[in-house]
Write a protein that binds this ligand. Sequence first.
Ligand SMILES: NC(=O)c1ccc[n+]([C@@H]2O[C@H](COP(=O)([O-])OP(=O)(O)OC[C@H]3O[C@@H](n4cnc5c(N)ncnc54)[C@H](O)[C@@H]3O)[C@@H](O)[C@H]2O)c1
Length: 350
Amino acid sequence: MADLVKQVGRRIEELRYRLRLPAVECPARRAGQLTRHKPRLAHVWLPSVTSFVLHDPQCSFDRRICDLGGSAHVSGQLSKAGGRLRSVGRASDPPSPRRELPGVLRRQGRSRTGAAQGIGEAYVTALAARGSSVLVADLNAELAAAVAAKIVADGGKAAAVRVDVSDPDSAKAMAELAAETFGGIDLLVNNAAIYGDMEFSSLTNVDWAYYRRFMSVNMDGALLCSRACFTSMRKRGGGAIVNQSSTAAWLYSSFYGLAKAGVNSLTQQLAHELGGMNIRVNAIAPGPIDTAATRRTVGEMISPIIEGLAIKRIGVPDDLVGMCLFLLSDEARWVTGQIFNVDGGQVFRS
Ligand SMILES: NC(=O)c1ccc[n+]([C@@H]2O[C@H](COP(=O)([O-])OP(=O)(O)OC[C@H]3O[C@@H](n4cnc5c(N)ncnc54)[C@H](O)[C@@H]3O)[C@@H](O)[C@H]2O)c1
């Protein structure tokens, strides 16, 4: 740990010099303090591949540098996996001491995760790589455990839990586990959905039991997880929720589009119910993303869809990560109730 701190200290000094920031005491000289410092929590919960993230202050020097340096500060984030300071920014205001997700960061040569990985895993992996601890929650317990194990093997902090987001008790148990494991909840990402292998039928003939199950997962799941988590966020002074929508909300796609339109409206309505508690709620509406689920669900129909995009390639999960991190961060502190398309220019909205 001492070596790591020294390494970060040196890097911060370099960055300070490059950015012409006022001199600050190098955190390396305060290694004793850093190692004794208790983790401060900033969690992200990504139902399916849904998780909770805990930001470890040993890996973030934002506040410390702010404390030491006055008006200008370096925003640094240590990748536990790589042991390098990955990003740096400059801000006129000190970052919030409460949540320290790094916000919009310049990525330094980070390679994309494989296109075969699902979107939730890309979110979780990116958050863990930025020093956050995550609880990976999914209906598929094995998948969740494997994702968590990979994060841990890469030097991150993660736990896994099985959750059915359509079941209030299961969502509640997930929230309780997150609070127990990490001490509280700051951030929630509602990504779970029936998507891979979903049935194709119209609203007029879909089997009613299937429709009810589908809507309870794809629409109500986001509400149930938000209901399970917001109290902990409120206790901690606020938080942020990101719901996973889809461009399908504006295109014909039967009950799938209907559920995503519901997620959009949920985002807007919840933003008002929770805004007074300093909890922000936003949504990401991806266009077609190359995941195993898309390959199974869309198959060869993907070619004409790509033709219709302004940017003529299918998206990959990493294309969405920047928006997710931004919305969860304090960089987005005055952004709520919004739906952001990340879709290669698939749909017009006016
Ligand atoms: N891939 C795309 O092109 C695309 C585009 C727009 C939006 N989306 C949305 O992004 C999200 C992830 O998509 P993906 O391609 O990674 O699909 P995916 O099928 O790999 O991910 C969905 C995950 O949700 C989990 N899940 C299903 N039911 C659940 C339940 N009841 N409780 C908890 N977890 C449950 C599944 O096990 C799976 O891990 C979904 O919300 C999807 O609708 C995907």
